[in-house]
Design a protein. Structure first.
Length: 407
C-alpha cells in the first residue's frame, strides 16, 4: 500500500453563525468553499485538471448547501471541469471522513491527487428541531435518539462530571484559543474571506470571547433543560424520554450551556493529498503523511461516546500506543466530550486541544474535521513534534479518527 501525503491545508476564519451578526452570514456557502479551494491551488501551484476527486463534507445538505457543494465550490473556484467532486454527510464527523476517504483513495493507488475538506454555514435558516433519524418511529423503537445537547447532559450525569468542571474546561478553551491567536499559531493556514466587491468580509476568528472565566460561565443558564421536554408532535417522545427509554434510571442534570458547548459558526477548510510518486514528479513538498484512519460506532442513544473507542481503534491500526502521539485534537462539541476523552484515556492535558477548541472557536459542522487536521499539522511543525491523533463525535453514535505524522 502506498502513502498518502498531506501537501497543505488551509481554512477560513470562523464567523459567528447568525444572520445579521456574523461577518460571513451574507455569503453563499459555495463562496466559502471556493475561497479555500482557490487558496489551496494558489499556495501549491498544482494543475486542477489533474485532481482526481474533491471529497467534501457538509452535514446540512439543503437549499444553498444542497446539490453537491464540493463540486460546485470547485467550479466557483475556477478549477478545471475535469476535477470531479462529491459531498458527504457523517454529521459532525464529515470533515475527518472526507480526509480519510481521500487518504484511502491515494493509499490504494486508485487516485494520486485528491482534495478533501468541508463547508458549513450554520447561519442558514433552520426549520424546527427533529430527533436524529428524522423522527422515524420505527428506528426510535430500535435505537432511541435524542438531541445532542440533552445527550451531553445525560453523559455528564452518568459520568459524575460536574457543572464546575465543565465550566473550567470552557474557560480553559477560551484561554488557550486567545493565546494561540495572539501568538499567531493559526496564521499559516488562515485564509481571509473577501466579499464579491473585493472588500474583506472576515480575516480573523470572530467567535472567541476573551476574558471568559469559570466564574462568568457559572452565571449562564443551562441551554437544554427546556429543550429536553420538547415534543416534535403530540404523540412523539420528548428528548428526555428518548434517553430514558434506554436508560430509565438516569435523572438528567442539565450542565451544558453556550459557554461550555461548541459555538455556532460558519466556515470552510480543505487539505491537499498526493501520492509519493505524484508529489515527486510535480515538485510538491509534503508536510505529513497519513499513518492510519478508522471509523467507530457506539451507543446511538448517548450519541457522543464513540471518540474513545475510535482513538483506540486507529492506534491499533497504526500499531501504536498513546505514548506515540504528541498532540491530540478532540472536537469540543460539548465540554463533556473532551473531558471524558481525556479521563478515559488518562491523557496529559497539555497535549490535548493545545490551541483551544470549539467551545472557544466554534464548530462549523461539516468543515471542523478538516480544520482540526490542519491545526494539528501546524502545531506539530511549530513545536517540532511528530504525530497527532484527531477525532470527533458524530450524531448517530459515531466517530472517525486519523493519525498523521510529519515527514
Amino acid at each position: 500500500m502506498g502513502s498518502a501525503l498531506i501537501i497543505d491545508a488551509c481554512r477560513t476564519p470562523r464567523g459567528i453563525g447568525k444572520q445579521g451578526k456574523g461577518s460571513l452570514a451574507h455569503l453563499h456557502p459555495g463562496h466559502l468553499g471556493a475561497t479555500v479551494l482557490r487558496a489551496l491551488q494558489e499556495r501549491n501551484g498544482f494543475d486542477t485538471a489533474e485532481v482526481d476527486d474533491i471529497i467534501w463534507g457538509t452535514s446540512s445538505q439543503v437549499v444553498e448547501q444542497g446539490g453537491d457543494l464540493g463540486r460546485m465550490s470547485a467550479l466557483a473556484a475556477g478549477y478545471s471541469i475535469k476535477a470531479s467532486g462529491m459531498t458527504l454527510d457523517r454529521f459532525c464527523g464529515s470533515g475527518i471522513t472526507s480526509a480519510n476517504l481521500a487518504a484511502m483513495a491515494v493509499m490504494s493507488g486508485m487516485e494520486h491527487l485528491v482534495v478533501a475538506g468541508g463547508t458549513e454555514m450554520m447561519s442558514l435558516p433552520k426549520k424546527g428541531v427533529l430527533p436524529i433519524g428524522g423522527n422515524n418511529k420505527q428506528l426510535q423503537e430500535l435505537h432511541p435518539q435524542s438531541h445532542q445537547g440533552v445527550c451531553a447532559d445525560a453523559i455528564a450525569t452518568m459520568e459524575g462530571i460536574t457543572r464546575a468542571e465543565l465550566d473550567q474546561a470552557g474557560a480553559e478553551s477560551q484561554r488557550r484559543a486567545l493565546a494561540a491567536i495572539e501568538g499567531g499559531h493559526f496564521d499559516k493556514s488562515l485564509i481571509a474571506v473577501y466579499n464579491e466587491d473585493g472588500s474583506v468580509a472576515l480575516d480573523r476568528e470572530e467567535f472567541p470571547r476573551p476574558g471568559t472565566t469559570a466564574e462568568t460561565l457559572a452565571a449562564l443558564k443551562p441551554s437544554f433543560e427546556q429543550l429536553a421536554d420538547y415534543r416534535h408532535t403530540e404523540d412523539s417522545l420528548t428528548f428526555r424520554e428518548l434517553i430514558n427509554k434506554r436508560y430509565p434510571d438516569v435523572a438528567i442534570q442539565h450542565v451544558h450551556h453556550a459557554g461550555n458547548s461548541s459555538g455556532v459558526v460558519d466556515g470552510s477548510g480543505c487539505i491537499l493529498f498526493a501520492s509519493e510518486d505524484y508529489a515527486k514528479a510535480h515538485g510538491l513538498k509534503p508536510r505529513a503523511r497519513v499513518v492510519a484512519t478508522a471509523n467507530m460506532g457506539d451507543c446511538p442513544t448517548l450519541m457522543l461516546n464513540a471518540p474513545v473507542p475510535a482513538a483506540q481503534k486507529v492506534l491499533k491500526m497504526a500499531g501504536m500506543t498513546l505514548a506515540d502521539i504528541d498532540l491530540f485534537e478532540i472536537n469540543e462539541a460539548f465540554a463533556v466530550v473532551s473531558e471524558k476523552f481525556q479521563r478515559d484515556l488518562n491523557l496529559d492535558r497539555d497535549k490535548v486541544n493545545v490551541n483551544g477548541g470549539a467551545m472557544a472557536l466554534g464548530h462549523p459542522i461539516g468543515a471542523t474535521g478538516a480544520m482540526l487536521i490542519g491545526t494539528a499539522l501546524d502545531e506539530l511543525e511549530r513545536r517540532d513534534l511528530q504525530r497527532a491523533l484527531i477525532t470527533m463525535c458524530a450524531a448517530g453514535g459515531m466517530a472517525p479518527a486519523i493519525i498523521i505524522e510529519r515527514v
